[in-house]
Design a protein around this ligand. Structure first.
Ligand SMILES: Cc1cc2nc3c(=O)[nH]c(=O)nc-3n(C[C@H](O)[C@H](O)[C@H](O)COP(=O)(O)OP(=O)(O)OC[C@H]3O[C@@H](n4cnc5c(N)ncnc54)[C@H](O)[C@@H]3O)c2cc1C
Length: 272
């Protein structure tokens, strides 16, 4: 039997979070497996403030308790995110799994978190005392360690409204469908007036946190595609030197080779 509190508003949820020893529970698709004994849950899937997708002048704002199925049906959710969503598990998991839970689980295999890191996404956090906004890549502090206080909840994920149109997304699993990522990759490219303005590359499932190296990306920023082509070997070499991958079910060497191939494919796709 699952015990807990079902909040009917964000305010109530934050008050319970502040005053009781509770574990936030959204879709339960990760928590269900852990089967923790003797804990009390704070059920979030009936909190209306966490169930909305909204758009402001800069961001698509996805509520933490929005399920993957709901996001797939929403015209405002960027295509890049939808590609990742459509490859998550099977419909039953997509019907229950949420954005807040995917981030809250703290795994570097989380497929929506990979997109958020590549897209310079942000996570909104709230407590009874107020709110703050953190870059998703800074939200991950280490393996299963998040910048989330005991009295806080994830409330929204922010994705830029513009600039995600040109991308590369790959998920390599143990089989074609229904697989947790062994290596995942998201790259975002943008150019203006012939110069590269964004070239983000994020790697999931290969280390304790999602990997992204902004200093290496900077080598190609402001360059023309032709100039970037000339720097490609140095650029790839910088990644090969920097990437330290942990061993999972498949060897670190295999994963690194896959990462380098995916990165190369991303550059080639945009003429580099
Ligand atoms: C068969 C199967 C296949 C799967 N395949 C994939 C896959 O392909 N890709 C993938 O990325 N994941 C996959 N998962 C993992 C899981 O479905 C996702 O991580 C999902 O997003 C979790 O969301 P949830 O709402 O169910 O989280 P829950 O299980 O409810 O919670 C997960 C964690 O997040 C915390 N949490 C939840 N909401 C909040 C909040 N608002 N604020 C703070 N903390 C919060 C919880 O306390 C808990 O620690 C799979 C799981 C299963 C069982």
């Amino acid at each position: 039997m699952v015990n807990g509190y079902a909040a009917a508003s964000l305010r109530e949820a934050l008050e319970i979070r502040a005053s009781r020893d509770v574990v936030p529970y959204a879709g339960g698709t990760d928590l269900m497996i852990e089967n923790r004994k003797g804990v009390r849950y704070l059920f979030l899937n009936k909190v209306p403030e966490l169930k909305a997708v909204a758009v402001d002048d800069r961001y698509v704002r996805i509520g933490a308790a929005v399920t993957f199925t709901e996001a797939l049906a929403c015209p405002d959710v960027p295509r890049l995110m939808k590609e990742a969503l459509s490859r998550i598990a099977a419909p039953a998991i997509r019907n229950a799994g949420t954005f807040g839970g995917n981030l809250g689980n703290g795994s570097a295999k989380a497929d929506t978190a990979l997109i958020e890191v590549a897209a310079d996404g942000k996570v909104c956090l709230a407590s009874a005392e107020g709110g703050r906004v953190v870059d998703v890549d800074k939200f991950y502090l280490g393996r299963k360690k998040l910048d989330l206080a005991d009295n806080e909840l994830i409330t929204e994920i922010l994705l830029p409204k513009k600039g995600l149109e040109q991308y590369s997304y790959e998920k390599v699993g143990g089989r074609e469908a229904l697989a947790i990522s062994r290596v995942s990759f998201a790259g975002v490219f943008a150019a203006e007036n012939g110069k590269i303005t964004n070239i983000a590359a994020a790697f999931g499932a290969v280390a304790d946190t999602i990997l992204r190296y902004k200093d290496i990306e900077a080598m190609l920023l402001g360059k023309t595609v032709q100039e970037a082509k000339g720097l490609k070997a140095d650029y790839l070499n910088a990644y090969a030197q920097r990437m330290t991958l942990t061993r999972g079910r498949v060897s670190a060497e295999y994963r690194k080779r896959v990462c380098m191939n995916l990165l190369n494919g991303f550059l080639t796709k945009f003429g580099i």
